[in-house]
Write a protein that binds this ligand. Structure first.
Ligand code: GLN
Length: 490
């Protein structure tokens, strides 16, 4: 049995259950691929082969006892912002370079209960701030479809690892698009659930009112399988919502017949790459041909989304990142002569340029004289953006848009122009501001063989509607068995 014969979590899980292959064998194959290919892709910051094989052996015991669940024995990668007890958690930052968390995130505990195999931790933009993974302080992750290009960000390591079959699935986090945009640029499925659906306990905070953990996978069904495990109320996260959480695989095959798909006119704008626009429009037409009803809608406050996001997200980040002071944990400058000097040196050396930019912006918008003009105004506009969606969902079940205005760009192309980089998230950011669920599914490849993503947005707790729509579309345009050819792969 050789890779990629079993390529989705679902297929792998069935093969494991039937005894066609063991978790140890599958885990070894992934570890070998990582060994031979990851020096080119650079998706992983930390791989623990011994721990992975130990977990695989335990999973095989569970399978042998007939106690397997769909995720048992499945090798996964984890974005390096989710604490896994005992292994380093850097957040792509020098300030946390030597930090080993003494506890695991709730999502990790939940995965452990299913006996998954954790292969390692995946690269990301420092503290999840970025859209290309170039803000990692350790390495630049490459897009497996073209190693000269970025994988998107900030969950670029997770997207590249799934796309390059360096893990069967991964967890990412999404504050303004960081799951969906890299998923789109790497040709995989990425989903941000409704805010409050997945516990943020053990997720290192960037912007607490926007951050959400979600699955990055090769298929829609795989996303549902992961979602089934990671969702649920958690008393350790005060924003976690107590409610009944459904089985997300149910209703997946409901099809597109009768589904009302809203198309916001503000999302097909000047500046969008012509190939992206063409493929997304083709996808919408295909959904219509399959029985969906296409509805024109308007989200009039879209043009304020990026500005609003960069006020709220930076404000929250400046507060959340105040804890890295060199005292309690993480990096400390040892040369400082005084306490104040130590704070200054630790933070200047420990944080990279983009993180410092955000801390300064955030501190400014929260400062006494400017709070009303910026932060309060930002919160008010956020409400208007939320109202836009509320109104739109009166006439449609899901909203379809491009995920990213462009396909993957070249490494270095936007690093000198933060504003250009911020524009990468123009179609994903509103979803976080409104707290809604969104999913990106592959909908085409450019002439240069670069993936393009279709975003489907749902109403609050409308995960099942977007999963059903995404699954319906995936059947028209199956992408899971399309693999990039990583140079040197044999
Ligand atoms: N690119 C956006 C930012 O830099 C979104 C990041 C994210 O979703 N974590 O803030």
């Amino acid at each position: 049995m050789s890779y990629p014969e079993y390529h989705t979590i679902k297929d792998l899980s069935e093969a494991l259950k039937k005894g066609e292959v063991s978790s140890v064998e599958v885990t070894k194959q992934y570890l070998e691929r990582i060994e031979s290919l990851d020096d080119k892709v650079k998706a992983y910051l930390h791989v623990d082969a011994d721990a992975a094989l130990r977990e695989a052996r335990e999973a095989d015991d569970v399978i042998r006892r007939g106690e397997a669940t769909p995720l048992t024995g499945i090798p996964l990668g984890i974005k390096d912002v989710l604490c896994v007890e005992g292994i380093p958690n850097t957040c792509g930052s020098k300030i946390l370079q030597n930090y080993i968390p003494p506890y695991s995130a709730t999502v990790i505990e939940k995965l452990r209960r299913e006996h998954v195999v954790i292969l390692g931790k995946l690269n990301m933009d420092e503290f999840a701030m970025g859209s290309s993974t170039e803000n990692s302080r350790f390495q630049v992750t490459r897009n497996p479809w073209d190693l000269e290009r970025i994988p998107g960000g900030s969950s670029g390591g997770s997207a590249a690892a799934v796309a390059g079959a360096l893990c069967a699935g991964a967890l990412g986090t999404d504050t303004g698009g960081s799951i969906r945009q890299p998923a789109s640029l790497c040709g995989i499925v990425g989903m941000k659930p409704t805010y409050g659906t997945v516990s943020r306990f053990g997720l290192v905070a960037f912007a607490s009112s926007l951050d959400q953990i979600g699955p990055m996978t090769r298929s829609v069904e795989d996303a549902a399988l992961l979602l089934n495990v990671i969702t649920g109320h958690d008393p350790k996260d005060s924003t976690s919502v107590p409610r009944e959480y459904p089985d997300y695989t149910e209703g997946l095959e409901g099809g597109l017949q009768g589904l009302r798909v809203g198309i916001p006119k503000e999302y097909f704008i000047e500046g969008i790459d012509p190939e992206v626009e063409a493929h997304v429009k083709k996808a919408i037409q295909a959904m219509k041909d399959a029985g969906a009803e296409i509805v024109d809608i308007s989200l009039p406050h879209t043009e304020y989304a990026i500005a609003t996001y960069y006020i709220i997200a930076t404000a929250e980040a400046s507060s959340n990142l105040a804890r890295y002071d060199g005292v309690r944990y993480g990096y400390r400058d040892k040369s400082a002569a005084s306490l104040r000097d130590m704070y200054e040196k630790t933070r200047s050396e420990g944080f990279g340029t983009e993180v410092k930019r955000r801390i300064m912006l955030g501190t400014y918008v929260l400062s006494a004289g400017y709070y009303d003009a910026y932060y309060r105004k930002g919160q008010q506009v956020r409400t208007l953006i939320r109202e836009d969606f509320k109104k739109a969902f009166e006439v449609c079940d899901v909203i379809a848009t491009p995920t990213s205005p462009t396909p993957a760009f070249k490494i270095g192309e936007k690093t000198d122009d933060p504003l250009q980089m911020y524009l990468s998230d123009i179609f994903t950011i509103s979803v976080n501001l409104a707290g809604l669920p969104g999913i990106s599914v592959p909908c085409g490849w450019t002439k240069d063989n670069l993936p393009i993503g279709l975003q489907l947005i749902g109403n609050l707790f409308g995960e099942q509607a977007i999963l059903r729509a995404a699954r319906g579309y995936e059947q028209i345009f199956p992408a899971a068995d399309r693999y990039p050819e990583i140079v040197g792969e044999n």
